[in-house]
Design a protein around this ligand. Sequence first.
Ligand SMILES: Cc1ncc(COP(=O)(O)O)c(C=O)c1O
Length: 207
Amino acid sequence: MSLPAWVPIREDLRDEEPYGAPQIDVPVRLNTNENPYGPSPEAAADIARAVQEAALGLHRYPDREATELRRALATYLGHGLGPEQVWVANGSNEVMQQILQAFGGPGRTAVSFAPTYAMYPEYARNTHTRWVAGRRAEDFAIDPDAAVELIESEQPSVVFLTSPNNPTGTALAREELSAVLDVAPGLVVVAEAYAEFRRAGTPTTMA
Ligand SMILES: Cc1ncc(COP(=O)(O)O)c(C=O)c1O
């Protein structure tokens, strides 16, 4: 859908379609990372109580550091992490966009390995970061030699690795990660939005 010419939107966004993962009427919706089991009535009642309590403080801005949430997430992640090592935002989409706002931008490049999460090039476009996608191998693994070659030639400010990868479900192997870490000149982001779905025995990047 194209916007009327008088709408003064950025030209590179004019003909874009909004992103949206298909919302299919099936019980298990892995494509949107949804839990097929709803919360228990007890959990729902807890949430309602907590919302009611929070509503009484709505005349104040919330803690802008989201300290309690970051502390709870650090505890959930384990590995001795503390709240000062956790960044929170509205979904990991916003975290990724903020990473590119801070570390990407005009004149900078972000690299990943396709097929991978379809939003990465969109964050790059939104932040005027140049986007370069290497190809995964036939089995959807990342070939460490090809990755090193691409990173050495593109010198990206940010590399996105996804484990398990969306849409292929491929876990990131240690050799792939260390090959990238050895040569990446900037930030290496390992996105583990689907970590809870990894096969038994597959470590997360933090392990
Ligand atoms: C790899 C990956 N990262 C992030 C997201 C989005 O996560 P959030 O809902 O936390 O923004 C998705 C959703 O499909 C995803 O596949």
